[in-house]
Design a protein around this ligand. Structure first.
Ligand SMILES: [Zn+2]
Length: 404
């Protein structure tokens, strides 16, 4: 008897998730549309929609047209009906934002941090969480919060991550942070680029695609793989290490132990190191040892600085080769370029897109798409929040607001 009750509850939660997902994807859908799109009876749909409305996830937005009979009432998600905190920690700093059901950050905390200092990272994340909790309290939205997703650089295993800074491995355990907030928040932890890939397929340019290769190019280089609609983590959670794809037998040694990895040839950190070396060797350039930032590098390259424009061309060529190999291996229908070096409508993104489109095995297909991320600098926090928000639509973890 108990098992039967549990099964019925599980089925109801699945159906609630299914309906909320359909309403999210189709704003203005009616109850009749939902009945037609599922195997559920009209009575079941009505009762479940009533529950979604009662719990503040869905609202009625007017009446639609009807050739005959009663006009249908149209439904949509309430954007701020549920909110998750997105926490992103990478080479660019610490970012925290409350993100709503339609993938909008409501405010944003950002701070730079020394990635070699574990305590400083935990302190900055706490500061960002407090900032966000206070914001939600001021706006009267505290009861909408369903959890926090943390996207963090490195090889994530449970609540710990390991990452390379230069040639040295560092590790960070998030347990003290999770313990600190255990009465307020549930956490999901994932690699930062994996989280971004997920965010792009829920709220970004890849929303319609089931096979997506997301590439992050900034100080680091990595990829997130969405395969058949699901984030692919690999056997040990390390899938997508594009920066450690070995592409040059005669290339430099990589800190991972291999030779000729793509990262040491082409990521932002190593391009900065090459510029530093060139400055020390007296190569003419507008860059200085104090201005070794990617934004300055791009600006110098576009302003005709020969050292920087040569390095940029070389980087684009090498990165494109790595991405093309990954495309030929995985056969995605969409490639999304993100990170500091790939802003939308930017010459770096445009050059990479052309090279990838022209040279990959899918180049003759019209439905093969390569584009820059449209989440831009918010990709990290939106992706991290998606780790939590997605569970409202696809897993039986639906929660009534009263239980939050
Ligand atoms: Zn490597």
């Amino acid at each position: 008897m108990e098992i039967r009750t549990a099964n019925l509850q599980l089925m109801k939660e699945w159906n609630l998730s299914l309906l909320s997902k359909l309403i999210r994807k189709n704003p203005g859908v009616s109850r009749a549309d939902l009945t037609a799109a599922t195997n559920l009876s009209p009575t079941t749909v009505s009762s479940l929609v009533a529950e979604l409305i009662e719990n503040g996830m869905v609202r009625e937005i007017g009446v639609g047209k009807s050739a005959a009979g009663r006009k249908p009432i149209l439904l949509e998600l309430i954007p701020d009906g549920r909110i998750a905190l997105g926490v992103c920690i990478d080479h660019d700093g610490v970012f925290v934002a409350p993100v709503n059901l339609i993938g909008q950050p409501l405010t944003k905390f950002e701070a730079s941090v020394n990635l070699a200092d574990s305590q400083a990272i935990l302190d900055k994340i706490s500061e960002g969480i407090e900032f966000s909790l206070n914001f939600l309290k001021e706006k009267g939205l505290s009861d909408r919060l369903v959890g926090a997703g943390i996207g963090i650089l490195g090889l994530v295993e449970g609540t710990t991550t390991r990452y390379l800074l230069g040639d040295d491995w560092h590790s960070l355990d998030l347990t003290p942070l999770i313990e600190k907030y255990r009465h307020h928040l549930t956490f999901v932890v994932e690699n930062d680029v994996n989280a971004m890939a997920l965010g792009e397929t829920w709220f970004g340019v890849g929303e319609e695609d089931r096979h997506v290769l997301y590439v992050y190019l900034g100080y680091g280089l990595g990829a997130g793989l969405i395969i058949d609609g699901v984030l692919y983590r690999g056997a040990y959670g390390n899938a997508g290490e594009l920066g450690h794809m070995s592409i040059d037998a005669h290339g430099p040694n990589c800190s991972c132990g291999l030779k000729g990895c793509l990262g040491p040839i082409a990521d932002g950190t190593h391009v900065m190191l090459k510029i530093a070396e060139a400055i020390k060797n007296g190569t003419p350039t507008s860059m200085t040892l104090d201005s070794l930032y990617l934004e300055n590098f791009i600006e110098a390259a576009l302003n005709g600085d020969k050292l920087c424009s040569d390095l940029l061309d070389e980087m684009i060529s090498n990165v494109s080769r790595g991405i093309i190999s990954a495309i030929n291996l995985l056969n995605p229908s969409r490639v999304i370029l993100g990170g500091l070096l790939c802003p939308p409508q930017h010459i770096v993104s445009e050059k990479l897109i052309s090279l990838i489109k022209e040279n990959s095995i899918s180049c003759n297909r019209e439905d093969f798409k390569v584009s820059a991320s449209n989440l831009g600098v918010s990709a990290g926090v939106v992706g991290s929040a998606t780790l939590v928000l997605k569970s409202l639509f696809e897993l039986p973890t639906y929660k009534k607001r009263t239980s939050l």
